[in-house]
Design a protein around this ligand. Structure first.
Ligand code: MG
Length: 328
């Protein structure tokens, strides 16, 4: 399943609905469940379960993730009959159930309390940065305030606008609280995957201090994430996914997650030895070679550019780049 957060063009901009992406359409989960509940009301005792699922889907994405084991089957049934539900929903005044994806505004699909980022996890990137891969990767955080969704602009900060770089990364989304997790059990704690762009101001990172990993990557808008959470069942092998970054259509980074030096269970287990991972937290697994900083000549983001992170099996995360807002 592919979960998204969205609003319709008629909704208040702050409103968020939870949806299920099905190819070029998005099913509104609350509307689908409600329509299905009305349909089955007189013929089954399952009504209360559907009402509970509806409640989970009208809450936050993290709450839905935490209840996914209970509600997954009900979501599958109700969204599977979305065409019927649409007709039922109109008759019942519920409103639309299915939206063409281009007629809605997608938001970042996650609400992490923390984003844990790994660095130097692809051998090729460590080499291009003249930094060796180590047994234990560099770890830093991005604040939740840096998160933006698909199509939202990356804004070049006025204090460091000239050397802003891109990093395509596979994000792990936590499905439940994890602490001291064994490697062989780690996959049970993951709900799925998403794409992330670890946007970085290289001058802050390398010229403002000894190494300013966290600050250089923490500006508002420096954590584009999305467009959806693809559940782990959809991804046969997360250690064999093509990963690319395109800038204005031109491929800048091109690799495969098979080049990661740490497995995903190993990463989750390792981080959980240090801190509690909460439902909805995101672990960004590091970037492959090809970053702009190391190109000859270097390539940095400019107003009007478009960045696309494409990871096999996940949808494309696309973000335009904007200059500093006047007055900021
Ligand atoms: Mg990175």
């Amino acid at each position: 399943m592919k979960f998204v957060k969205f609003r319709t063009l008629e909704d208040e901009v702050t409103r968020s609905r939870l949806g299920l992406q099905k190819e070029a359409s998005v099913v509104d989960l609350v509307a689908a469940l409600r329509a299905y509940r009305f349909k089955i009301m007189k013929i089954t005792a399952d009504v209360d379960n559907y009402r509970n699922a509806e409640m989970a889907c009208s809450s936050t994405i993290n709450f839905l993730i935490s209840r996914l084991d209970e509600v997954q089957g009900l979501i599958e049934t109700s969204t599977g009959s979305a065409i019927f539900s649409t007709r039922t929903a109109r008759e019942l005044g519920i409103g639309d159930v299915v939206y063409p994806i281009h007629d809605i505004v997608l938001k970042a699909p996650v609400e992490p309390r923390k984003i844990i980022c790994l660095a130097l996890t692809y051998k090729g990137h460590a080499e291009e940065m003249d930094l060796s891969t180590v047994k234990f990767p560099e770890v830093f955080f991005k604040p939740p305030t840096a998160v933006i969704g698909p199509e939202e602009p990356i804004i070049l900060p006025n204090s460091a606008p000239t050397k802003v770089d891109f990093e395509a990364e596979l994000g792990i989304v936590m499905g439940k609280r994890a602490r001291f997790v064994k490697e062989e059990e780690a996959m049970d704690y993951i709900v799925g995957y998403t794409a992330l762009n670890d946007v970085t101001a290289r001058d802050v990172e390398f010229e403002w201090g000894l190494k300013q990993w966290a600050l250089s990557k923490s500006f508002d808008t420096f954590a584009p994430i999305g467009p959806c959470i693809t559940t782990k069942e959809e991804i046969e092998d997360p250690h064999n996914l093509d990963i690319k970054l395109r800038l204005n259509g031109e491929i800048m980074q091109e690799s495969n997650t098979s080049d990661l030096i740490l497995s995903i269970p190993k990463i989750v287990s390792m981080i959980s030895q240090f801190m509690t991972l909460e439902t909805g937290d995101v672990i960004s697994t590091g970037t492959p070679p090809g970053v702009g900083y190391k190109k000859d000549p270097p390539v940095f983001l400019r107003p009007g550019d478009v960045c696309e992170v494409e990871i096999e099996g996940l949808d494309i995360l696309r973000n335009p780049v904007e200059g500093v807002l006047e007055g900021e």
